[in-house]
Write a protein of this length. Sequence first.
Length: 138
Amino acid sequence: MRCRHSIYFDTSYFNGTGLNKLCNRVAQAIQKSKVRFSVIAFRGVSGSLVAPLVAVKLRKKIAVVRKRSARSHADRHVEGYLEGNYIIIDDFVESGNTCKAIMRDMDGTCVGIFTYYAYTYTDEEDSVAGVKIFVVKR
């Protein structure tokens, strides 16, 4: 059976085994960071694959933050818990625009950004808008 995926997604991410291992690694990195938060915010397919599973493992709430221009059946672009300290989980950070957009749309305070692929942020090496980026090791 063929499996289509982005270059940085391993086929095993889509069969459950690899995805579970990835989510365990992300959850362990978050625990190791000692960042205190109550909500995990995310956007897009990469976020929706990983963030809810990590939230279950860590017993945290979630917030899905869609692009304002995204069409969906929902009547709002942010759903879930918007307040309190939160982290962002994403596959990578390139320009920082996705994280900045999530921060604009959330009511709480972002206390960490966790990436599980890699990042190349152009303005600052290890933060977006003053929020530290944690890269989850493979």
